[in-house]
Design a protein. Sequence first.
Length: 352
Amino acid sequence: MGEVEPAFIQDPQQRPKLSIIQAEGIPIIDLSPITNHTLLNPSSVEGLVKEIGSACKEWGFFQVTNHGVPLSLRQRIEEASRLFFAQSLEEKRKYRRDEISPTGYYETEHTKNVRDWKEVFDFQAKDPTFIPLTSDEHDDRLTHWTNLSPQYPPHFRDIIQEYIQEMEKLCFKLLELIALSLGLEAKRFEEFFMKDQTSFIRLNHYPPCPYPHLALGVGRHKDPGALTILAQDEVEGLEVKRKADQEWIRVKPTPHAYIINIGDIVQVWSNDAYESVEHRVVVNSEKERFSIPFFFFPAHDTEVRPVEELINEQNPSKFRPYKWGKFLVHRMNSNFKKQNEENIQIYDYKIA
C-alpha cells in the first residue's frame, strides 16, 4: 500500500479523533419473526416493525441477528476474499477496474488530503448491469458494465453469486419492514429492484497502517443507495456519527450479525422521516481487517422522489425527483477521475 506521510492529513474535519466513544451504540435487532417467510400478516411482527422504525429514525444504522443467511456461505465468501487479497499485487492487478468498467480490483489513492487505506474488489449483482452512458439528463443512450472473474481462488464467481442471492433476499425483507414502519404497504419499494437493479458487492481489505492516527480506511461519507448490508470480521473499525450528539461511535462487531444502514434513497423516499447517516472506517497499525458490504441499488431508470403516500399539505415534498442511473454515473465518474468538484449529493435536490 506504500508509505503514508503525516502531511497527507490536512483537513481537521477528516482527521480521525483520538478519543472515540467505545460503545455498542447501534441497536441489535432479532429478525427471527420474519426469517423464512414473507410479511403476509403485518400484525404478527408489529414489535419488529417498531424496532426497525426506531433504529432508522434515531440511528440510521442497526445490526440484525437470526437473519437467515447461512453461516457456511458467509464463511466461504470471507475465506475467498482473504485468498484473493493474499495474492501478489501483480496478480490482483490483472483484474483491475478501468474507466469503461468500474468493477474489479483497485487500490484506493490519496484524494482530498486524506488517504483511504484499503484495497477493493467490486462485483455487480447483475451481469451485465445496464446503466446510462452519460450523466447528461438529455442523453438516453445506455451502456453496460460486466464483471471480471479471477481464476483464483477456485469457484470465486460462483461463491459471490450465491452470496449475492442471499443478500438480495435479506434486502427485500428489510425493505418490507422499513415500508411498514413508514405506514406503507409492505412491498411498496419492491418494484424498483425487480428489473435491471444496479446493486453490487464489495470485498474490502484494510492492511495494517503505519500511521493509523493519520489515515482512514474510508473517509466520512453517506451511502447513496437504498440499503447497505455489511459483514465484517472481528477487528473493529466502523464508526457511525450518532445523530443525538454528533459523536463518532465505534461499532463493536456482533458474531455472525450483519450491520445495516439506510442510504440516501430511503431518506428521499421517506421525505426526511429517516436520515442516511455519516460513517467512516479507521485502521490500526497491528491488525488487518476484512469486510464485505452489499449495496442495494435500484434499476437505472428509477425516478427517486418522496413516495406520494407520505406527502400532504402539512408535509410537502422536500426533494426534487432525480433519475438514479444518471446520479450513479455522475458519482462513479467523479470517483474514478478524482475530479476536484464536489460530488453530487441528495442535498443538491433538496427543496428550500
